[in-house]
Design a protein around this ligand. Structure first.
Ligand code: PMP
Length: 360
């Protein structure tokens, strides 16, 4: 529907894409397998449900705006002082908070493309100019990203592993890149999928680079911790960055039910990381099955696989949907498929096996 021309709306709204959330579909036979949002296939642990129910007793009260207990638990878990932490309504909330702290019209934000779809949306909203730098093959081109930095650049986003291509940059490459980034630029390491990384050469941004004065590391409870619905993300950086990012948060952005669930999840971390290990095992099985079936796909360090399908992307997505399998299509480019439960993955592999085209 065409919008009436409203003089009070910002021009930038006409130029930025709306965020498209992963879809859920149901087949004619009633099957519904959602592999379109990189969620955990596991429901919440009983201890987390208990914590949520207990927190519900205080719904009439505003949350603890300092998130005292969660901040303390995160500081303990990651071995950092509390003044180095900031929370947000998911890591997208934190991305917006970061941009609120560094970006304004006339400044630039560099990120790889294709990468996480919220980057162009949030950078556009901030009023800053987006500077997308094409991937080299399926991975970040860190040389080109460093070369894209100007006097106007305020931030560079590095999505590691990258959504949607699932590839990750290694420690030596990232260290060399960070050494090239001038100090007037904040580097945001978006590590939403960190817990799924198995390549020992892919760095833990918090321990390897979190001490640098112009680095902020983003993590989330949405993926490995299975709390996507509750919207909790956290940032680890030097205190001056964390303080600024706490300032730009919408008051009470992280509600107390979410805080309680996140604390309970940290307490049950071993069990949650066992689930991550099961997903990694499934990832290997799915990738190997696709390779054996004649598909070509990059290695993956995340809870999803990437199939560069080009012109066949939309028809694969349609074939999957007919079977009740929702995947994430980037028409003309490729398909991102979340690793789900073994049964869900089998449903996807069945569609892939029947699909008439291979991508090699
Ligand atoms: N960063 C990346 C790379 C993601 O893929 C996602 C989720 N799709 C997010 C951040 C946001 O996650 P959340 O806001 O749920 O923490």
């Amino acid at each position: 529907v065409a919008e009436p021309n409203s003089p009070y709306l910002r021009d930038v709204l006409g130029t930025i894409p709306a965020y498209k959330a992963g879809r859920k579909v149901v087949s004619p036979s009633g099957r519904s397998v959602k592999l379109s949002s990189n969620e955990s296939p596991y429901g919440p642990l009983p201890s987390v449900v208990e914590a949520v129910a207990a927190a519900a007793a205080d719904l009439n009260r505003y949350p603890d705006s300092a998130a005292t207990e969660l901040t303390g638990a995160l500081a303990h878990r990651f071995g950092v002082s509390e003044d180095r932490l900031a929370l947000g309504a998911g890591s997208v909330g934190l991305l917006q908070q970061i941009l609120g702290a560094v970006a304004e019209p006339g400044t630039e934000v560099v990120y790889a493309w294709r990468s996480f779809e919220a980057y162009p949306l949030l950078v556009g909203l901030s009023g800053a100019t987006a500077v997308p730098v094409p991937l080299r093959g399926e991975t970040h081109d860190l040389d080109a990203m460093a070369a894209a930095i100007t006097d106007r650049t305020r931030a560079v986003f590095v999505c590691n592993p990258n959504n949607p291509t699932a590839t990750a940059v290694r420690e030596s490459e990232l260290a060399a890149f960070l050494d090239r980034v001038p100090e007037h630029v904040l580097v945001v390491l978006d590590e939403a999928y960190r817990e799924y990384v198995r390549d020992p050469q892919v760095p833990d941004g918090i321990t390897r680079f979190g001490d640098r004065p112009n680095v902020a590391v983003l993590r989330t409870f949405s993926k490995a911790y299975g709390l996507a619905a509750l919207r909790v993300g956290f940032l680890v950086a030097q205190p001056h960055i964390a303080t600024a990012v706490r300032k730009t948060m919408v008051p009470f952005a992280v509600n107390h039910v979410a805080q309680a669930a996140a604390v309970a999840s940290l307490e049950a971390e071993d069990e949650l990381l066992d689930r991550v290990a099961a997903t990694v095992k499934e990832r290997v099985r799915v990738r190997d099955a696709l390779l054996a079936d004649g598909w070509e796909l990059p290695s993956t360090e995340a809870n999803f696989v990437w199939l560069r399908l080009g012109e066949h992307t939309a028809s694969f997505a349609a074939a999957a949907e007919a079977e009740g399998v929702a995947v994430r299509a980037f028409p003309g480019e490729g398909l991102r498929v979340t690793i789900g439960s073994p049964e869900e993955n089998d449903a996807f592999l069945d569609v892939a096996r029947e699909f008439p085209h291979r991508n090699r």
